[in-house]
Design a protein around this ligand. Sequence first.
Ligand code: HEC
Ligand SMILES: [Cu+2]
Length: 332
Amino acid sequence: MRSPGTRTWCGPRLLRLAPLPVLCGCEGRHSWLAGAGAEARAIESLFWPFLIGSAIVWTAVMAFAVFAYRSAASDKGERVGRAVILWGGAVVPTIVVAMLLLTGLLTLRALSARSPALTVQVDGEQWWWRVAYRVPGQAEVVTANEIRLPRGETAELLLTSDDVIHSLWAPALGGKMDMVPGRTNRLTLTPLTIGSWGGLCAEYCGAAHAQMRFEVVVTEPEAFRDWLADEAMPAAPEALSEGGGLDAFLDAGCGACHTIRGTEADGPVGPDLTHVGGRGRIGAGLVPLTAANLSRWISHTDDVKPGVRMPAYPDLAPEALDRLVAFLMALK
Ligand code: HEC
Ligand SMILES: [Cu+2]
């Protein structure tokens, strides 16, 4: 039996766990404190001075509030109070804010000063990302939902949208930038750490907004150039010739929306699938690319990603579905 007034175990102790969800955001693939890029590190270097500055201001304001509450009114108090308001309320805040502004502007200038070695256009679509590498003197290399970047080189992302406003954000690598229909915004990223970093759409853009993710895969520059050369090639001939997968793809009408370079499928609506088998995830970063996930994606698209703009194919014959899955997996 618990007597009235006894502290329960769960009340105060569980409260101590309350900041945990916040701290969970401080590590990992989606954290801007991971500092995996030069731009993210610059932003991080702003965060700490701002946090400490705000903490000092907050403490001073609280101290004054307590002091004012406890002291009795007097003539001397009135005079001191005016001085405090002048200095604490106008002079010091003006200096502090001016210094913070200056730090911010200097960081901004440093961020935009790097000249890019690589240009990638990323187009936001409901609810996925069209990615095109622009290499001078070469045809554009189009892919989707996975942005590969070479470590230590600055890439300029040209951000566009055809439908509504999206916002591209890979927190571990840098700041976020809106993708606004009718204009091109620029974002530079200089990745410093090899790995696969998570990205997401940071501007509400409709039903499946929360499922609009992507991966940024950072590799050594040589590995990146090899990958880009492979990505520029048409679909793997073995995949096209074996097992009747391409026929299943064309028969089901997938080619109306999807392009597979080197075949008659040249639909412009959905992600380019020429090398879909080489991506780590499908559904715009939603689920890992496995045969089982791919099969479910095709047959029950809307269950995997509610609101998706691709029709589901629940009535495909099991053999046709298997052939289709094997075919897509082979498109490395
Ligand atoms: C009406 C147009 C349309 C048709 C037809 C269509 N798709 Fe899609 N497909 C899309 C769109 C749009 C997406 C992007 C969905 C998203 O992630 O929000 C997509 C995504 C995909 C993806 C995931 C790609 C990635 O990188 O995330 C695969 C795989 C795929 N479709 C395969 C197929 C197959 C196989 C068929 C035929 C059975 C098919 N699609 C028919 C529009 C279509
Ligand atoms: Cu969005």
